[in-house]
Design a protein. Structure first.
Length: 248
């Protein structure tokens, strides 16, 4: 790996990851944010990489994806799980091996936060990119957008906690500035996912979380792969004002 670089977005506390193959210089970006497309394109260029894929772990509800804008800027292809219901150039299925140059990502379906959630496993380097399924001492909420606490519990315990303890975990978000954890740590210390399934479901059903602040603008955009324009001022103003895009 030439780079597994994390870039943050302070507005949604989203982590974006750039993975580059040292041998071929081919790269992918995971969970890019629309307002950060210029920044991320610059990082890819500085690392002397060719961005070939812009990928999402799921159809996000808290920020607008930068995948389509990155396609405009770089000529890359957009990627998401088939089960997400969102548009993309490439659709991924459970257990698929997706190649980034000489690197191989295993695609593991990890629904529960949404139906289309997947985690990307880079076995050669003991890394997993878990989206909103498994986070640092937490997990994604399950009270909207096809959320189901029973499915999430099963996904984490059967698809992620079965990985070796030594694997590093890179989530899509952290709201306290933490950047990574491990399978071992989360199996031992996650305050939700160390409980029984019954206790976990009760915790998730009683979180009392507010309605997602950006869902009304993010979901319509993300279902269509995000805006194609690169950091368009009018679009960014609409996103800031929580104004959904015009219907297609």
């Amino acid at each position: 790996v030439v780079s597994t670089q994390s870039t943050g977005d302070s507005g949604s506390s989203t982590y974006t990851y750039i993975i580059g193959c040292a041998a071929t210089r081919i790269a992918a970006i995971i969970d890019p944010v629309y307002e950060k497309v210029t920044r991320d394109s610059k990082i890819v260029s500085e690392l002397d990489l060719q961005l070939k894929f812009a990928m999402n772990t799921h159809c996000h509800a808290d920020h607008v994806t930068g995948t389509a804008a990155l396609r405009t800027a770089t000529g890359c292809q957009t990627v998401i799980s088939r089960a997400s219901g969102a548009k993309a150039d490439i659709f991924l299925d459970d257990n698929e091996i997706f190649k980034i140059g000489d690197l191989e990502l295993e695609v593991r379906s990890t629904p529960g936060h949404t139906d289309g959630c997947v985690s990307y496993i880079l076995h050669k380097y003991s890394l997993c990119f878990t989206g909103d399924a498994l986070m640092i001492r937490a997990c994604g909420r399950t009270d909207f957008q096809q959320g189901c606490p029973q499915r999430l519990f099963k996904s984490v315990h059967e698809r992620l906690f079965t990985l070796p303890d030594s694997y590093s975990v890179y989530p899509a978000h952290d709201y306290q500035g933490r950047t990574q954890t491990s399978i071992r740590e989360e199996k031992k210390f996650n305050p939700r996912l160390t409980k029984s399934e019954e206790e976990f479901v009760s915790i998730m059903e009683n979180l009392g979380l507010k309605y997602p602040g950006k869902i009304d603008v993010s979901l319509p955009w993300n279902l269509r792969c995000g805006p194609t324009e690169v950091e368009d001022a009018a679009i960014m103003a609409d996103i800031a004002a929580n104004k959904p895009p015009q219907p297609l």
